[in-house]
Design a protein around this ligand. Structure first.
Ligand code: SF4
Ligand code: SF4
Length: 89
């Protein structure tokens, strides 16, 4: 799945315009991906001028044994919370 680093995102909206699935919205000046609509095409990551979007092969929600160290886990929690990414595709 593709994740957006909320610390890096400037809310410019370029990914919103680029997404062919209308899966991205701006909420509180940050881009948010609706994972249920995302087609995993990666266009948003290519378009982002500040490289805020990256693909993650780790599903934190269903693979707790593969969680990263604590700081990354905290970041992942907030990313999922902000993006409402409770489910993995
Ligand atoms: S990976 Fe593709 S479908 Fe998913 S949010 Fe990015 S542009 Fe949209
Ligand atoms: S293109 Fe990048 S910086 Fe702009 S809103 Fe999307 S994720 Fe944020």
């Amino acid at each position: 799945m593709f994740l957006i680093d909320q610390e890096v995102c400037t809310g410019c909206g370029q990914c919103v315009d680029a997404c062919p699935a209308d899966a991205i919205t701006i909420q509180n000046v940050k881009a948010v991906i609706n994972q249920s609509l995302c087609r995993q095409c990666g266009i948003c990551a290519d378009q982002c001028p500040v490289q805020a979007i990256a693909e993650s092969n780790t599903c934190y929600a269903t693979q707790p044994d593969q969680r990263e160290p604590f700081p990354q886990r905290i970041q992942g929690f907030f990313l999922r919370w902000w993006n409402l990414q409770e489910d993995c595709l």
